[in-house]
Write a protein that binds this ligand. Structure first.
Ligand code: AMP
Ligand code: MG
Length: 501
């Protein structure tokens, strides 16, 4: 006999909910709405394992739990309050309008992680939204966040996807779904802005202390922990955005409410990976002025950090002029931090272990040759890595055919080879290192669209599963998977991506 779910001993999580212990104005308690006919599309078992969850229970009750129908024991569901600059315009209250934090667990490595349902119904922050999510964006976030993780880019993770069996009403009627997200925390620059907008210095202090304890405990006993906090967040963002650029990622909506203080990529709305290299690339349908274009991301990171810095001023120094002066140094230094991370990664991408003055010019020359030759970003670096492994005519041809005109690419190769003659590492070491940083597989937009279309139109999740499998090992070559390396054919090209809210 099966037990009714409400009575099953469902305690797959050992929750310890520290955010719920913060002052009342930090959040609104909110029970998830129910779903009509929940069905578990996917449970990320390796991640569940890492989080120390009871997998047997999740296999059995996952549809109920991850749809919001069954609130597991120990959860204290809530919607977080936050504000944010959206495309430069300040909105004093946003908040979790379609997300509900179930609670926090301590994972097997001792790290505190949030478990959040996205699309489980309206909250006090929903404004005119329904608090629901459509299947397409749920699958997109699942695929891209797991791909980012496998690529080595800090990102929130996908624990589960559930179909609700209920329609959601957008421009069309779409199947509904709930995404379960795992994050180091969901605290954003916009969370600080929420309190600053209300002149609530106690709130800012409570939040800053909480963030220090949770993400930067080493700063607690320093001379000025709040300026150190701004610096530490700037460092993680510099490292993160450099990584985005190294893999050709475009976030698409880098609003201050979509930038974490933990240094994880969050809110994969209209995000996309670039195929042909063009620093001006924009996919997001809502980014009409290209504010968040590929190459604009480092600068926007700095703009967002400046907004964070403003909220911290009252904590940094009692003398506000002095506080501004101190904070400005950190914001300015972010530029150099970013440049260091970016340069280190670009050196690795072209196989340089040693440092020479002309390296930046060598890298820039490759990038401009790629842009002029409409070379696929990912394939260019992967093929260069093959060339480092085996310097033969075949590998060279493969590299050159990535460019529409091979003359400039050939000249660049000569320059690169000349530079390599002064490297102290061996060719064998170099090729291994390059293959480990230049992925073969990225979540190409056309592949994501194909997987979503099959799921939404035919309830066929096989492409979604296959894509997840390929993307879980992005640096490994598999002869049978070479089709997944290919850029889109002209008719497959995706020119625009949507938030899907
Ligand atoms: P995002 O696009 O995820 O950055 O969301 C921006 C803001 O809109 C956040 O406050 C979301 O909670 C809210 N939002 C987005 N979609 C919905 C929805 N379907 N229902 C309610 N609120 C939403
Ligand atoms: Mg958001």
């Amino acid at each position: 006999m099966t037990q009714p779910l409400e009575q099953s001993a469902s305690a797959p999580f050992s929750f310890d909910n520290s955010y719920a212990r913060l002052p009342q104005n930090f959040f609104a308690r909110q029970t998830p709405s129910s779903a009509a006919e929940p069905w578990l599309i996917k449970l990320n078992e390796p991640l569940a394992q890492e989080l120390g969850l009871d997998i047997e229970v999740l296999r059995r009750d996952g549809a109920a739990i991850f749809s919001g129908n069954l609130v597991p024991e120990g959860a204290d569901p809530l919607a977080m309050a936050y504000a944010g600059h959206q495309f430069g315009n300040f909105v004093p209250q946003l908040g979790d309008g379609r997300a509900i934090l179930l609670g926090e667990v301590i994972d097997k490595n001792g790290r505190r992680r949030d478990i959040q349902l996205k699309g489980a119904g309206a909250t006090p922050f929903s404004r005119r939204g329904d608090g629901r999510a459509a299947l397409g964006p749920v699958l997109r976030e699942y695929i891209v966040s797991e791909a980012m993780h496998a690529l080595g880019v800090p990102a929130t993770r996908a624990l589960a996807a559930v179909s609700t069996g209920q329609p959601v009403y957008r421009e069309q009627i779409l199947p509904g779904a709930v995404f379960t997200r795992v994050a180091a925390s969901h605290i954003r620059v916009g969370t600080f802005q929420f309190f600053a907008a209300r002149g609530d210095t106690d709130g800012i202090r409570a939040l800053a202390d909480y963030v220090i304890d949770r993400h930067y405990p080493d700063l607690r006993d320093g001379a000025n922990p709040y300026i150190a906090l701004l610096e530490a967040i700037a460092e993680r963002q510099a490292a993160l955005i450099a990584k985005w650029l190294h893999v050709g990622f475009i976030h698409g909506v880098m609003n201050t409410d979509n930038m974490t203080v933990s240094g994880e990529t969050i809110d994969f709305g209209p995000c996309a990976f670039m195929d042909a290299y063009d620093p001006g690339t924009v996919f997001s349908s809502i980014d009409q002025n290209g504010r968040y274009a590929y190459a604009s991301q480092p600068g926007i990171g700095q703009w967002n950090l400046a907004r964070l810095g403003e909220t911290l001023l009252p904590l940094i120094d009692a003398d506000q002029d002095k506080a501004v002066e101190i904070a400005n140094v950190v914001i300015k230094d972010y530029g150099e931090r970013f440049q260091l991370h970016w340069m280190r990664g670009m050196r690795e991408k072209i196989g340089l272990a040693d440092v020479e003055d002309d390296d930046l010019s060598l890298i820039q020359s490759l990038l401009s040759t790629m842009q002029a030759g409409q070379a696929d970003f990912t394939l260019t670096f992967r093929r260069l890595s093959y060339l480092a492994a085996e310097d033969g005519a075949e590998a060279e041809d493969a590299f050159l055919t990535t460019f529409s005109d091979s003359t400039a690419a050939k000249e660049w190769l000569a320059r690169w080879r000349e530079r390599l003659t002064r490297e102290t590492t061996s060719a064998a070491e170099r090729s291994v290192a390059m293959l480990g940083v230049n992925p073969a597989f990225i979540p190409r937009n056309h592949r994501i669209e194909q997987a979503i279309a099959a799921a939404v139109e035919d309830a066929d999740f096989s492409l979604f599963e296959a894509l997840l499998d390929v993307l879980s090992r992005p640096y490994e070559d598999h002869a049978e998977l070479t089709a997944y390396m290919q850029p889109p054919k002209p008719e497959e090209r995706v020119l625009q991506t949507f938030c899907g809210t």
